[in-house]
Design a protein around this ligand. Structure first.
Ligand code: ADP
Ligand code: MG
Length: 253
């Protein structure tokens, strides 16, 4: 398992490095500066400043409704701040057009979610390959890499299986493979173990640790302290849309 995740993360890590030098930036890979996000009268984020360096594994923690997913969605380019700046790889997401944001998401970001967000009508292999095909990779090449990733994550035998027939842990591994398809500079995870039993959750945690140790920059949000302390190199605590505490962690894994 370690060696397999190593392979995929190794490629991912080097892609991240290339991306960084291409943008000419040696600064943080993620930069939120005084970010505010309002939904009607609610301030989901209320002046958040957070910088993440290449290779870090940052866990954002806090109670339900405190703004964790909002923060992640802004970094993913799924949403725009009401004020303040979000820069990823030196790119000001607020200045991108919708098309620019879509391209950014496709090429720079890998994202995993609590409920996997797989496409029910596609078997595992196609769920993974689709990510690359959307980014312009020819189908055959995409399928070869997808199969390779499924192999590295220990689920090649499930390549023709539809999501409904996969266990939760298998679904999340398919989702991780999909997220890694385009060798993203940044892997984002929103409550990645939230829907898993504890054993599958631990497997996903181990996978995230392996990926990070091989260079993959990680930003995850969770309200599970175990996920945070096992996987993260830094904890960021959010309450009511603000960062209220921050500390480096010695990983317990
Ligand atoms: P968390 O992920 O920490 O549970 P969220 O970021 O999802 O919190 O939500 C933060 C706050 O913003 C909550 O009060 C939530 O109801 C509100 N909110 C989030 N997304 C939307 C939205 N699309 N429309 C309206 N309100 C939203
Ligand atoms: Mg959330």
């Amino acid at each position: 398992m370690t060696a397999t995740a190593a392979d995929s993360a190794g490629t991912t890590g080097s892609a991240g490095t290339t991306g960084s030098s291409a943008s000419g930036s040696t600064g943080p890979i993620v930069r939120l500066d005084n970010v505010r996000k309002e939904y009607g009268d609610t301030a989901a984020l209320d002046g958040v400043t957070l910088h993440i360096r290449q290779g870090e594994a940052v866990a954002v923690m806090g109670p339900s409704g405190c703004g964790k997913s909002t923060l992640l969605n802004l970094v993913a380019g799924l949403d725009r701040p009401s004020s303040g700046q979000v820069l990823v790889h030196g790119e000001d997401l607020g200045a991108l057009t919708e098309t620019g944001l879509a391209l950014f998401r496709r090429h720079r970001i890998g994202m995993i979610f609590q409920f996997f967000n797989l496409i029910d009508d596609l078997p595992a292999l196609d769920n993974v390959a689709l990510a690359a095909q959307l980014a312009g990779v020819p189908a055959g090449q995409a399928r070869r890499r997808a199969l390779e990733l499924l192999g590295e994550l220990g689920i090649a035998g499930r390549k023709n299986t539809y999501p409904a027939q996969l266990s939760g842990g298998e679904r999340q591994r398919v989702a991780v493979a999909r997220a890694l398809m385009n060798r993203p500079a940044l892997l984002l995870a929103d409550e990645p173990t939230g829907a898993l039993d504890s054993r599958s959750g631990e497997q996903v945690m181990d996978l995230l640790i392996d990926l990070n140790q091989l260079g993959q920059t990680l930003l995850m949000v969770t309200h599970d302290p175990r996920l945070a302390t096992r996987c993260a190199s830094r904890l960021v605590e959010v309450a009511d849309g603000r960062i209220v505490a921050e500390r480096a962690v010695e990983r317990t894994a």
